[in-house]
Design a protein around this ligand. Structure first.
Ligand code: HEC
Ligand code: HEC
Length: 155
């Protein structure tokens, strides 16, 4: 009885799994349907030429903000600045403790707040990975047209 059950189960498995040739055919039919996206008019399974990595701009004075809660843009190089579980290079200049010595801007009080509005005595975990919100700039053309204008009061 047991053997019979096992054989039936095996048969069912073999019937339901797609054969390799069926899988190949599915892969060959990956098609963009003629839609050209930001990655160009290439088939979905084709790797687009990635182009050159843009150069981050040289260190310069701080940049104007475009809206009230904008995370300010990073006005300096950040290559090799490590931010991980053991170290945070950004805080070595921007923490309240180090800012006056290094000339970096102090992180603002919001960086000490938890999502429940509690103020901690050190950087809040949700503000630890600085590059989630702050980014350096490269001289790159916008990918899509954008006519956003900052409000008068910020200019
Ligand atoms: C060696 C010190 C140093 C390190 C390390 C450093 N910064 Fe800075 N940062 C500065 C200084 C100095 C300024 C410019 C302050 C000024 O001109 O008012 C600045 C400016 C900034 C600003 C602009 C602030 C504003 O008000 O517009 C941001 C954002 C920033 N840094 C983020 C970062 C992040 C994120 C990292 C880590 C990836 C980092 N910094 C690492 C020194 C540093
Ligand atoms: C979740 C997004 C987020 C993360 C993560 C974050 N910031 Fe910010 N940061 C902001 C926003 C938004 C502002 C502007 C408004 C404010 O102060 O909250 C800001 C402001 C700043 C300023 C300017 C402060 C001032 O008074 O002008 C500095 C410097 C800065 N952040 C550095 C850092 C550093 C260093 C880290 C990592 C330890 C970090 N931020 C992580 C969102 C973030």
């Amino acid at each position: 009885m047991k053997i019979k059950l096992l054989a039936t189960a095996l048969c069912a498995l073999m019937l339901s799994a797609p054969s390799w040739s069926e899988q190949d055919e599915a892969d060959n039919n990956v098609n963009n349907g003629g839609v050209s996206s930001l990655r160009g008019n290439v088939e979905l399974d084709t790797q687009q030429d990635p182009g050159r990595i843009k150069q981050v701009q040289r260190d310069r004075p701080t940049m104007d903000r475009e809206y009230v809660h904008q995370p300010p843009l990073i006005p300096h190089q950040i290559r090799h600045y490590k931010v991980d579980m053991d170290a945070n290079k950004c805080l070595s200049c921007h923490s309240w403790k180090n800012a006056s010595e290094t000339g970096g801007t102090r992180i603002s009080p919001t960086h000490y707040e938890t999502r429940d509005g509690m103020t901690l005595s050190d950087v809040s975990p949700r503000r630890y990975f600085c590059l989630q919100c702050h980014v350096p700039q490269a001289d790159a053309k916008p990918l899509v047209e954008n006519d956003f204008k900052p409000v008068e009061s910020l200019r």
